[in-house]
Design a protein. Structure first.
Lengths: 105, 393
């Protein structure tokens, strides 16, 4: 990952490891940390946004007050969203990361 | 200009801190702390200075609080001594790595084990590889003057590294000397206000400090540190020059004392340099060509300049007030030997480890030593290259 991209030299980076542009964690892919992924079951979702509040990252994608799914580049698979989901038929299920192809379309 | 008043080293440095009036001073208020922060805290309590004085529960916390304050954008200081420095060691290194220009007076005392509170350099030598800039003074005047220059060096945009202002425990810290004080307004103008380019409380330009820094970047950040270190000598000279114009007191990277035609040279750090000058004066009267090179800037080490200054010297006695337990003598000896290697040459370089745990080093001791070095110059014979001077067999 990134091996083909030449990284900047010591003259071209801020001193002391400072990160000087805010909000840049968005550029950092952490989806690979996941061993389980949340899967959204749209028809069960009541759009209460509990998952959006509880997510320790910002990996629940919301538009106009409605859940749209997950940001899998930043979701680390902690499962808090699935635990917090109050819908009678759960709208979020944790599934094995290995079988993502079966659920991702 | 200025007034002459009688002060101990601790009082002089505390007064200097009051004149600099840093935004934050964080300090552990119990031994092995020094009178420096005790006196300074009295200034704060009396309303003589508006510094935020933070008392903390350990030296580790003292340096952590200073680090936090500096990262937030404040001009921050702390002070310590001996085992206190060892307890803050972890954060001492982080402060330098994060490029935070903290200034810290250190009263140099033995690291305990068994318990000792007296002067040697075993404390500060443990941070010699931390990229802190290490300044040493020979007396209270130099400790005070070094302190007044420290912020200018640390905060210089090419440097941004912390500075430790060292003075010998008790010999300088507790002895009363007649020293010349710079007026408050002059200090204020010389040191100037502190405007960091980047800091955490700058809400309009949010930044992160001290993030994870792994295989792909840490090396580059260390390389930047080395670049800053390369520029320290130049900045020290420039600031010292300005200070000289202001006060008439001249400082360089090191001081040469009667070194021009010397065949024997002592190299010393701290108060012993003063004692050595007296011994040198006495022996010069007897026709012995002896001089002194007194280290002021120990880290970074001005190797090239020192080697140049020692040209023509036949026997060099490097005086270490600390051991390195390497079987290769003390730390200064290793530095000097390494520096001399580049120029080849035939000078004999010997090591005198002395004064451990506060053991006295008198004028007579130094005369004795110089006489031994003179003998080496005449005969070329060395019995032992590393001498532990004054230790009982």
């Amino acid at each position: 990952m990134g091996d083909s991209v030449k990284k900047p030299g010591w003259k071209d980076i801020p001193i002391g490891g400072r990160i000087e542009d805010a909000g840049n964690s968005q550029k950092y892919y952490v989806g690979g940390w996941r061993t389980r992924r949340p899967v959204w079951i749209k028809e069960n979702c009541i759009h209460c946004l509990f998952c959006w509040v509880a997510c320790p990252d910002a990996a629940i994608v919301v538009e106009d007050g409605k859940i749209q799914g997950f940001d899998y580049d930043h979701c680390k698979g902690c499962g808090i969203c699935a635990r917090e989901c109050p819908a009678k038929s759960p709208a979020i299920q944790m599934r094995s990361e290995n079988i993502e192809d079966q659920f991702d379309s | 200009m200025g007034n002459r008043i009688a002060l101990t080293g601790n009082e002089a440095v505390a007064l200097g801190m009051k004149q600099i009036a840093p935004d934050v001073v964080a300090a552990y208020p119990i031994t092995p702390q020094t009178e420096v922060v005790q006196i300074f805290s009295q200034y704060v309590a009396d309303g003589d200075v508006d510094t935020e004085f933070v008392t903390v529960e350990s030296e580790h916390s003292a340096m952590s609080a200073a680090l936090g304050a500096s990262a937030a954008g404040a001009r921050a200081m702390t002070a310590t001594s001996s085992n206190g420095l060892e307890l803050m060691f972890e954060v001492v290194n982080i402060t330098a790595s994060l490029r935070l220009p903290i200034v810290m007076p250190i009263v140099n005392r033995a690291i305990t084990g068994p318990i000792n509170i007296h002067c040697d350099h075993s404390d500060v030598m443990t941070i010699r590889d931390s990229s802190w800039i290490l300044l040493f003074g020979e007396n209270a005047q130099e400790a005070y003057d070094n302190l007044l220059m420290a912020n200018r060096i640390a905060e210089h945009s090419d440097i941004l590294l912390p500075v430790a202002v060292n003075m010998d425990g008790f010999i300088i810290s507790h002895a009363v000397e007649n020293i010349e004080i710079v007026e408050d307004e002059v200090v204020k103008e010389f040191v100037g206000d502190y405007y960091p380019e980047k800091y955490l409380l700058d809400a309009a330009n949010p930044i992160t400090m001290g993030p994870v820094d792994l295989q792909d970047y840490l090396f580059e950040h260390k390389r930047q540190q080395i670049e800053a270190i390369k520029k320290v000598s130049g900045v020290v000279r420039q600031v010292s020059q300005e200070f000289a114009e202001l006060t008439g007191r001249h400082y360089d990277l090191f001081e040469e004392y009667r070194l021009d035609d010397a065949e024997v040279a002592l190299i010393a750090i701290g108060s012993t340099a003063g004692t050595a000058k007296a011994a040198i004066d006495n022996l010069r009267e007897q026709g012995i060509k002896v001089g002194l090179l007194k280290i002021r800037l120990y880290r970074p080490f001005p190797a090239k300049e020192i080697v140049e200054a020692l040209k023509g010297v036949k026997t060099i006695g490097v005086m270490d007030r600390a051991e390195s337990y390497s079987n290769t003598g003390g730390p200064l000896y290793a530095d000097i030997r390494a520096a001399m290697y580049d120029v080849g040459g035939t000078a004999q370089v010997m090591n005198i480890v002395y004064g451990i745990g506060g053991r006295d080093m008198t004028v007579r001791d130094l005369e004795n030593l110089i006489t031994q070095l003179q003998k080496v110059t005449e005969t070329g014979e060395i019995e032992e290259r590393i001498i532990h001077y004054g230790v009982r067999d």
